[in-house]
Design a protein around this ligand. Structure first.
Ligand code: NAD
Length: 435
C-alpha cells in the first residue's frame, strides 16, 4: 500500500494533531474517556450481538465478556490517568512522562473489541493519537467504537480507523515513518513480522501473542473442582482465548479420575447456535480455523495421544457451520505437537507427571509464557509453585481475571504489558530535566 493509501495514518501523524492532543490536560482526556465509556455502556446489546454473529461466542457470554470488559477497562482507564504521577523528583532532576507519539494498533478477532479498547483507551489517555487496524475477520465493533468516538467529540485526527488485511495495512503501519509505536495483539508469527518491520524505524513495540498455557494440578488439590474449572477455562470461547489453559498437568496416579471429571464436564458444554440460550460453546470463527483445529486433532491421534472425548469429525447434528467437538486427549507427552503448538480451538491435553519438580519443568517447557494455573489444597504451596512458572499471569486455585493487573507474556508470548497502570505506561516516554 502506498502512503497515499494510508491517509488516516498520515492524519494521525500530522504534527498539529498529535501535538494539540498531547497538550490537552489529563482531566480533559479523562473526560473524553468517560464519554467513550458511556457510549460503550449504552451499546452493550448491539456489541454483544455483533460479536456473537461474527466470532460465534454464545450471546449471554458475549454480553458479559466481549461487551462488558471494554466498558470496565475504559472506565478504569479514565480513573487511572487521573491518578497517574506524570512527574517525579529524582535528586536534582524532574522526571516527566510524555506521550510516545502516534500509536498504531493491530488487533485480532477473538475478543475483538476488548483487545481494541485495551490499546486505544490507554493510548488516548497518555496523549497519543491512534491509528487502529482491527482484524479483517471481526472488524464490526471497531466501527461502533469509531461512532462512539465521533459522538464523544474527539478532535479530528486523534482516533483513526483503517481496515484491511495484515500483510498490506498491518505492514504499512509497522513500517510507516510517521508512527512512533506499534501495539500488536495476535499470533506469534505475525507479531514477529511486525517487530522486524518496526525495527527499521526503531518504533516502540508492544506484542501480545500466543500461548500454550499450563494448568498444574498438584496431588493435594480438590481434583474435581480443579479439573471441572480447568475444562471450562480451556473451552471458553470454544478454545479461542489466548490465555486458555490448554495443558492440564495431573499426577500420574490420578489421571484416570481426572479424565472422568473432564469428560463429564465437557459433555455439559452444549454445542450450538450462539443465539440459542442453551448453547455454551458456539462454532469457531471460520472454516480456516475449524480445519486447522481438526488437523491438530488428527495429529494428536497420529502421535499416539489417547483421545478420551470428541474428535475430528463434525459434531452430531451440526454438520453445517464451523463446529468442532470439545476434544480431550490424555497420556499426552510434553514433546507432542498438541502439547507444544497453540491450537486455538476446543482441544485440551491432559499430561501426567510424577513429581512436583517435573510438573514445573513440563509447565515451563514450551516457547510460550502467557498464562498458567496452579491448584493445591495448601495455598502457600500453590503460590510457591505459581512463582516458579515463567508466565505473565497465574491463576492460583482458580483466582479470577483482574482487569487492573498487568497482562502480557514471557518468552515468545510477548513484550510489554496491557491493562491498568501498566498499560498506560506502554504509551509513555520518560524524560529527565536536570536543574
Ligand atoms: P493474526 O496474527 O493472524 O492477526 C492478528 C492481527 O495481525 C490482524 O489484525 C491481522 O490482520 C494482523 N496481521 C497479520 N499478519 C500481519 C503482518 N504480516 N503484518 C502486520 N499485521 C499482520 O492472529 P488472529 O488469528 O487474528 O488471532 C489469533 C492469535 O492471536 C492467536 O495466536 C492468539 O493466541 C493471539 N492472541 C493473543 C492475545 C494476547 O493478548 N496475548 C490475545 C488474543 C489473541
Amino acid at each position: 500500500m502506498t502512503e497515499t493509501g494510508l491517509r488516516p495514518a498520515a492524519t494521525a501523524a500530522v504534527p498539529e494533531h498529535h501535538e494539540a492532543w498531547s497538550q490537552t490536560s489529563v482531566e480533559e482526556r479523562a473526560q473524553y474517556l468517560d464519554k467513550i465509556n458511556q457510549g460503550l455502556a449504552a451499546r452493550i446489546d448491539r456489541i454483544a450481538n455483533l460479536i456473537a454473529a461474527e466470532v460465534g461466542m454464545p450471546l449471554g457470554m458475549a454480553t458479559a465478556i466481549q461487551a462488558g470488559l471494554p466498558v470496565m477497562t475504559s472506565g478504569q482507564m479514565a480513573q487511572i490517568v487521573r491518578e497517574f504521577p506524570f512527574e517525579e523528583q529524582v535528586g536534582n532532576s524532574v522526571v516527566v512522562r510524555d506521550p510516545v507519539g502516534v500509536v498504531g494498533c493491530i488487533t485480532p478477532w477473538n475478543y475483538p473489541l476488548h483487545q481494541v479498547v485495551n490499546k486505544v483507551a490507554p493510548a488516548l489517555a497518555a496523549g497519543c493519537t491512534v491509528v487502529l487496524k482491527p482484524s479483517e475477520v471481526a472488524p464490526f465493533t471497531a466501527f461502533v467504537l469509531a461512532e462512539i468516538v465521533d459522538e464523544a467529540g474527539l478532535p479530528a485526527g486523534v482516533f483513526n480507523l483503517v481496515t484491511g488485511v495484515g500483510p498490506v495495512v498491518g505492514e504499512a503501519i509497522a513500517t510507516h515513518p510517521g508512527i512512533d509505536a506499534v501495539s500488536f495483539t495476535g499470533s506469534t508469527r505475525a507479531g514477529k513480522r511486525v517487530a522486524e518491520l518496526a525495527a527499521r524505524t526503531v518504533k516502540r513495540v508492544t506484542l501480545e501473542m500466543g500461548g500454550k498455557s499450563p494448568n498444574v494440578i498438584l496431588d493435594d488439590a480438590d481434583l474435581e473442582k480443579a479439573v471441572r474449572s480447568g475444562v471450562n477455562n480451556a473451552f471458553l470461547n470454544s478454545g479461542q482465548t489466548c490465555t486458555a489453559l490448554t495443558r492440564m498437568l495431573v499426577p500420574r496416579d490420578k489421571q484416570d479420575e481426572a479424565i472422568g471429571f473432564a469428560v463429564d464436564q465437557a459433555a455439559k458444554l452444549t454445542l450450538g447456535d450462539p443465539f440459542d440460550e442453551s448453547s455454551r460453546l458456539g462454532p469457531l470463527v471460520s472454516d480456516v480455523q475449524r480445519d486447522r483445529v481438526r488437523g491438530y486433532i488428527r495429529k494428536g491421534v497420529e502421535e499416539g495421544a489417547r483421545l478420551v472425548t470428541g474428535g475430528a469429525d463434525a459434531p452430531a447434528g451440526l454438520d453445517r457451520g464451523y463446529y468442532v467437538q470439545p476434544t480431550i486427549f490424555a497420556d499426552v507427552r510434553p514433546d507432542m505437537t498438541i502439547a507444544q503448538e497453540e491450537i486455538f480451538g476446543p482441544v485440551l491435553s491432559i499430561i501426567p507427571y510424577d513429581t512436583e519438580d517435573e510438573a514445573v519443568r513440563i509447565a515451563n517447557d514450551t516457547m510460550y509464557g502467557l498464562a498458567g494455573g496452579v491448584w493445591s489444597g495448601d495455598a502457600a504451596r500453590a503460590e510457591r509453585v505459581a512463582r516458579q512458572l515463567r508466565t505473565g499471569q497465574v491463576e492460583v486455585n482458580g483466582g479470577r481475571f483482574n482487569p487492573m493487573a498487568p497482562f502480557g507474556g514471557f518468552k515468545q508470548s510477548g513484550v510489554g504489558r496491557e491493562l491498568g497502570r501498566y498499560g498506560l505506561e506502554e504509551f509513555l516516554e520518560t524524560k529527565s530535566l536536570q536543574r
